[in-house]
Ligand binder design. Structure first.
Ligand SMILES: *[C@@H]1O[C@H](CO)[C@@H](O)[C@H](O)[C@H]1NC(C)=O
Ligand SMILES: *[C@@H]1O[C@H](CO)[C@@H](O)[C@H](O)[C@H]1NC(C)=O
Ligand SMILES: [Ca+2]
Length: 371
């Protein structure tokens, strides 16, 4: 059995190499000017307020109000208690589409309970003041239907859609098979109204309460989602040992985890490749070896005009920012910029500058503008 398994892995390596042509990799020089704004302890995610100030979450459970002009950091109080363990803690932050009128923000985090930790999403009113601000009227609007010890793979990326819906990229907290289970919301892309109710017209709405939340299934650790200019949803997800994926997310589709993957289990056991199960949606690009994608934007601005419509991905183990061109529904890595640090979150501001955060104990918030 050893030879066929190695052969399969070698083939996967070749396929990965084909998906990532090395002549397109350019690590000689950073294609931007990088400005460090401030430094944080384990920054995980951030969001821009209408006045261009920034809400930034540290995984341990701190939320900051950052003034990008001065780098000053003020504290937002009232953040829910988070389960800071493994990969879990305070995760994403997103503004309600009508934030300018209602001051409502959404926060995702890992919470403790019987059976271990699971993900949750809370909405709250944010009141800014001279000391930073405060959250009030907290209301948990969504929870993982299962908890686990270990504290892995919560994901919990938040995104509002063009129709005002709230999308949650829900990780499978390292439990694998729940990604295929229709009686739970682990390993799924979730579509809800802003109040947490399942969105009408979701593909499995007729099947019941949990099923009604589900837009797509078979995901592992989906750490980034974003819209392209056509309104299509793209997602990045960490594979196991090998097999990180960039997926085009379509209504009701199954993305295969853990039945298929371009990677292997950590104990070396092979997993059938996506090509063996055409009934599952295959990734548009994948990485063997991994890049460990932690954040995604589809670039929409004019500042880096030749990158419009490209996927820009932050990589943890690859310590890089990866740029992927999208043509129709195909995708191909075009550039990988070495950053020398594990890269965590990414956002584009209204002027088209790209902002990223480094991972780790002293992770910087960087603003990237053209050279
Ligand atoms: C949530 O919002 C939807 C859409 O506005 C509405 O139809 C539904 O009744 C709301 N649910 C609750 C519990 O308020
Ligand atoms: C390897 O890991 C996978 C995933 O956890 C598990 O299903 C499988 O039984 C393991 N195989 C061996 C030989 O340990
Ligand atoms: Ca997949």
């Amino acid at each position: 059995m050893h030879l066929p398994l190695s052969l399969a892995y070698a083939l996967a390596m070749v396929a990965g190499a084909l998906a990532v042509p090395s002549q397109h990799l350019d690590t000689r020089q950073q294609p931007w000017k990088s400005t460090a704004i401030a430094t944080f302890a384990e920054p995980w995610a951030f969001a821009f307020l209408p006045d261009s100030r920034i809400l930034l979450n540290e995984r341990r459970g701190n939320m900051h109000l950052v003034d990008p002009a001065t780098g000053s950091k003020l504290t937002i109080t009232g953040v829910p208690t988070v389960a800071y363990s493994g990969q879990g803690g305070l995760h994403d932050v997103a503004l309600h589409p009508n934030y300018a009128e209602n001051s409502i923000v959404y926060i995702s985090y890992a919470e403790s309970g019987s059976g271990g930790a699971g993900g949750a999403v809370v909405r709250a009113k944010l009141t800014l003041n001279a000391n930073g601000g405060a959250l009030s009227n907290l209301e948990v609007i969504w929870r993982h239907t299962q908890r686990a010890s270990g504290g892995l793979q919560f994901a919990l990326r938040l995104l509002f859609g063009p129709d005002g819906a709230l999308w949650i990229a829900s990780g499978e907290i390292n439990q694998m098979w729940p990604s295929q289970s229709m009686t739970g919301n682990l390993g799924k892309i979730i579509k809800l109204y802003d109040n947490g109710t399942a969105f009408a017209g979701n593909p499995f709405a007729s099947q019941g309460a949990v099923q009604a939340q589900i837009w797509s299934l078979g995901h592992r650790n989906p750490l980034g989602i974003d819209w392209d200019a056509q309104g299509r949803l793209w997602e990045i997800e960490m594979g196991p040992m090998g097999g990180d994926e960039l997926n085009l997310i379509e209504r009701g589709k199954n993305y295969g985890w853990p039945l298929v993957s371009q990677g292997k289990h950590y104990n070396g056991t092979t997993i059938p490749a996506h090509s063996t199960r055409p009934d599952f949606a295959a990734p548009k690009a994948f990485w063997v070896p991994v890049i460990s994608p932690a954040g995604l934007i589809i670039y929409k601005g004019d500042l880096f005009s030749s990158w419009k419509g490209n996927a820009i991905i932050t990589g943890l183990s690859s310590q890089s920012i990866v740029r992927v061109t999208i043509t129709g529904d195909t995708a191909k890595e075009a550039q990988r910029v070495s950053m020398g640090k594990r890269m965590r979150g990414i956002r584009e501001d209204k002027d088209g500058a790209i902002w990223v955060i480094e991972d780790g104990a002293s992770g910087r918030l960087l603003k990237l503008t053209p050279n």
